[in-house]
Design a protein around this ligand. Structure first.
Ligand code: ATP
Ligand code: MG
Length: 309
């Protein structure tokens, strides 16, 4: 798929000379949903702010649909909708007024039908005449999304869209994001909820200390996630691995009282039955059996802690 956003070797130093992004490059494909994961201060919001032209670059280039974000700022920006991390809204303006005004600011002609459908999709239609200050936090977040969609952007950035949002609204947002993708919108979101990335993203990028540690298709990551570990607690310790168990890829741990077997969930050739039969033939009693599966969270933590080492 072709790239709609090309980030080329960007570096960002804030005024205090602190490096927020260090020679970072990434390509975002047209029509994908990409999730940016990373600890606080990793540089996610800085990256988004640069692509959206809200923060200046120290070095490097960003192209949005082939347009240079610095040289062709207005045109590039008009392709982008941004839902910022902070709830920045005019408290006395109404929901309808806020969203309508935002479309106007992008020079788009009025389209009440479109605004109505956006508000309906976000369950905000009933609140259209309410001033922002009367809305709950979750509703304000939805207004920010309505605002970002008001000028029909090709690319939508969502900076922690579901922070502090309840389970129902989170699911609504996931549905909305999937629908936007179905209509051809490219979605870039940041999140601290790994299950959110797991649920909706096509690709996952992990950022830490201003660098990309990994960009990978979720399906490829899921293969890594498919690893499982079987532990078998034995009644009596074994002095060594019995010959019947030797070629099955098993290790003996916990002073001979635990057998560990690592296998891949996707592969149908797991040797679990063979292992259990072999243990039985050794006349060893099994006290307990359990399995563990690595999660995206494990991979994330492993990457980020490796980076700190
Ligand atoms: N306006 C600013 N002036 C100076 N430093 C800044 C500014 N904005 C961000 N930073 C610094 O840049 C680094 C990256 O911050 P950024 O907000 O991009 O992180 P983030 O990944 O979005 O974090 P979070 O998950 O907390 O939102 C941090 O060290 C932060 O302190
Ligand atoms: Mg941020």
């Amino acid at each position: 798929m072709s790239s709609i956003i090309e980030v080329r070797n960007i570096t960002k130093k804030y005024a205090d000379e602190k490096v927020a992004l260090a020679d970072l490059s990434v390509d975002i494909s047209s029509g994908e949903i990409i999730a940016l994961l990373g600890p606080n201060g990793a540089g996610k919001t800085t990256l988004i702010s640069i692509i959206c032209g809200l923060t200046t670059l120290t070095a490097g280039n960003v192209f949005v649909d082939g347009l240079d974000i610095e040289a062709d700022y207005r045109e590039a920006r008009s392709l982008i909708g941004l839902v910022p991390q902070e709830l920045v809204l005019e408290p006395f303006e109404t929901v309808m007024g806020t969203v309508t005004l935002s479309r106007g600011l992008f020079g788009r002609s009025p389209n009440p039908e479109l605004i109505k459908s956006i508000l309906e999709n976000l369950s905000l239609w009933d609140k259209r005449a309410s001033p922002i200050r009367e809305l709950s936090g979750g509703m304000k977040r939805r207004v920010l999304i309505a605002k970002a969609l008001s000028h029909e952007p090709k690319i939508l950035f969502l900076d922690e869209p579901t922070a502090g949002v309840d389970v129902d609204l989170r699911r609504d947002m996931w549905r909305l994001i999937k629908n936007l993708k179905a209509s051809g919108v490219t979605v870039v979101l940041t999140t601290h909820y790994i299950e959110e990335a797991e649920e909706i993203a096509d690709r996952i990028a992990v950022i830490d200390k201003g660098r990309i540690l990994l960009v990978e298709d979720k399906s490829v990551l899921m293969e890594r996630l498919g690893k499982k570990q079987l532990s078998i607690d034995l009644d009596k310790p074994l002095s060594g691995l019995p010959t019947t168990l030797m070629d099955l890829g098993i290790t003996l741990e916990n002073d001979g009282k635990k057998l560990i077997y690592n296998y891949n969930v996707d592969l149908s050739d797991s040797k679990i039955s063979e292992i259990l039969l072999a243990i039985r033939s050794e006349q060893v009693q099994i006290n307990d059996v359990h399995t563990e599966q690595s999660s995206l969270e494990d991979i994330f933590i492993e990457l980020v802690t490796e980076g700190q080492a």
